[in-house]
Write a protein that binds this ligand. Structure first.
Ligand SMILES: Cc1cc2nc3c(=O)[nH]c(=O)nc-3n(C[C@H](O)[C@H](O)[C@H](O)COP(=O)(O)O)c2cc1C
Length: 304
């Protein structure tokens, strides 16, 4: 019997779309699989590239999971598997994906359905996936696997190359910085996941509870970023409350608080971040076990 797979994603520059296409190609070639490949579309499009204030204006809504209205999708009533691709916006799933997951359509589609999440982002996705897990569980869906692709280059470089790309649309390398975004080879090799999923569907493996993509290097957790994400997310919750209180999106009140926040953020980056890095290095020998446990937790369900 033919298996029905729904592939959903929201991508601005087309990067995540290319990842999803790589995964879907072997599935589409599979005789026994029917695949619907659909893009989530917000009722009001988000800009790309973004202006500085447009970018930070969506900060509170992303963090507090205030999803936007999205256009209904033409789907079947139910699927054997959903593959959901999303990007991380301020350590949270992007607003259009959150919006879709909050829609009535998602309530019907996701109930009792196995889901594979696919993330393509700079390198900070742990908190976003925690939020995703909660949203999927609230919908009654079952998270089977998680695939994560992150931008090429060290965190210190992508801290410059990713915002430059978002604010100008430029992805090229410059000075000593690598190109922005996920390496093209990493995108191309996402094909392997599609092949494995295709094989698994033919053997009804999606009905069982075990992940389909273990031992495939689906996820690589950078242990150094775990504490940073926790601290950043806590501070995001406080700042986002302030920004929201200052006024609606685009208001001058909101823009004033955003300006103060970005000055605060830059000060933090040049003062607290290096101190934190030093402290972490000093404490590393005493925290090895706890860190290994945390890495293992965030690598689930697919594992390395
Ligand atoms: C508003 C906004 C916030 C972002 N915040 C994060 C973030 O917190 N962590 C991260 O790793 N990437 C972040 N990114 C980068 C995205 O996850 C993603 O890599 C980028 O938007 C390209 O994806 P796309 O063109 O396929 O949509 C952000 C991008 C945008 C537009």
């Amino acid at each position: 019997m033919s298996k029905k797979v729904l592939v959903l994603y929201y991508s601005q520059s087309g990067q995540l779309q290319s990842v999803m296409k790589q995964i879907v190609t072997p599935l589409a070639e599979c005789d026994s699989v029917h695949c619907d490949f659909l893009e989530i579309t917000p009722e009001t499009p988000y800009p790309y590239p973004w202006s500085f204030y447009e970018f930070f204006n969506v900060f509170p809504e992303a963090v507090y999971l205030d999803g936007c209205p999205v256009k209904p999708l033409e789907t079947e009533d139910e699927y054997d598997l959903i593959i959901l691709g999303y990007t991380s916006w301020f350590l949270s799933p992007s607003i259009p994906v959150t919006g879709f997951l909050q829609s009535d359509q998602a309530k019907n589609l996701f109930r009792d359905t196995p889901v594979i999440t696919v993330i393509a982002c700079r390198d900070m996705w742990l908190m976003a996936q925690e939020k995703m897990k909660t949203m999927l569980s609230d919908l009654g869906a079952r998270l089977l696997d998680n695939i994560v692709l992150t931008d090429q280059g060290k965190s210190l470089y992508t801290f410059v190359t990713t915002p430059r790309w978002m604010l100008t649309g430029k992805k090229d390398s410059f000075w000593f910085f690598p190109p922005a975004g996920v390496h093209t080879e990493d995108i191309a090799s996402a094909f392997r996941f599609g092949k494995r999923i295709c094989n698994a569907l033919q053997h009804d493996e999606e009905c069982a509870t075990l992940p389909l993509l273990s031992n495939m290097n689906a996820v690589n957790v950078n242990g150094k970023l775990i504490a940073t994400e926790h601290i950043a997310h806590r501070s995001f919750l406080i700042w986002c409350k302030l920004i929201k209180k200052a006024g609606p999106q685009g208001s001058s009140g909101r823009n004033v608080v955003i300006t103060i926040y970005t000055v605060f953020l830059l000060t933090l980056v040049v003062t607290v971040v290096p101190l934190n890095m030093l402290l972490r290095k000093l404490l590393a020998p005493f925290r090895r076990k706890a860190l290994a446990r945390a890495v293992h937790y965030y690598e689930q369900p697919s594992g390395k």
